[in-house]
Design a binder for this molecule. Structure first.
Ligand code: CTP
Length: 215
């Protein structure tokens, strides 16, 4: 099986030295890629800028912005994939204009006009047909309602909801507290390592493939 994983944050530059980004470290996605590789799956890991080493045996694709990530995901999906796990914390907006030179502090502070980035899962829905698709929902409030909405809107087989405000979950930690949500129900998992969550995600994907294709 070929598994495509996205990870990390994206960076949206306003000038050659400054960018807007988020707290994602890439750990969850790297754990999924490592687990997929250990189970013998061909694994491609598309990651925004992170300080982690790519797991051995995984094909690494490094990107910077959301637009770069969209292009990389499109290109991988066009070559065919069996499963997609989108853990990346893709920036939802980017500055409308990226200055060509460094903005100087003597000038008035920049007033940023932001524009929407494309939603990678929505944009690639057509290319993902036939793949088992898992997304993540990083939430601070109305966790389950938001996650269920994303499951449907983004046409996923499963969404992994996590409340990033809980200690031991979300950003910059090796553990997570997640709920798996599918069209047929939800399963709340206890606090576990990101490696263990990755294993459960791979279990789901492998089971869904067997149900769908008998392999
Ligand atoms: N995602 C994506 N493209 C984006 C933003 C998010 O493909 N531009 C993916 C993420 O990788 C994740 C899922 O969509 O698998 C949900 O991401 P999340 O940040 O929780 O939700 P958003 O759709 O960005 O909505 P909001 O930020 O308003 O909660």
């Amino acid at each position: 099986m070929k598994v495509l994983v996205t990870a990390g944050p994206t960076r949206e530059f306003l000038d050659p030295v400054r960018f807007l980004s988020n707290r994602s470290t890439g750990r969850m996605g790297f754990a999924v890629a490592e687990c997929a590789r250990c189970r013998g799956h061909e694994t491609v890991l598309i990651s925004g800028p992170v300080s982690l080493d790519f797991p051995e045996g995984v094909r690494a694709v490094r990107v910077v912005s959301a637009l770069d990530m969209l292009e990389a995901v499109r290109s991988e999906l066009s070559c065919g994939c069996d499963a997609v796990v989108m853990t990346a914390a893709v920036a939802d907006w980017r500055p409308e204009v990226r200055a060509e030179r460094k903005l100087k502090k003597e000038e008035s502070p920049p007033v940023l006009k932001m524009v929407r980035n494309p939603d990678i899962l929505v944009e690639t829905a057509g290319l993902r047909r036939g793949c088992v698709c898992v997304g993540f929902a990083a939430e601070t409030d109305h966790v389950m309602e938001s996650a269920v909405r994303k499951l449907e809107k983004k046409e996923l087989d499963m969404i992994v909801a996590n409340d990033v405000t809980r200690p031991g979950a979300g950003f910059e930690v090796d553990t997570n507290i997640v709920t798996f949500i599918t069209a047929s129900g939800e399963e709340q998992l206890p606090l576990m390592t990101k490696a263990a969550v990755a294993g459960r995600i791979l279990d789901f994907i492998e089971r869904r493939r067997r149900e769908r294709f008998g392999c």
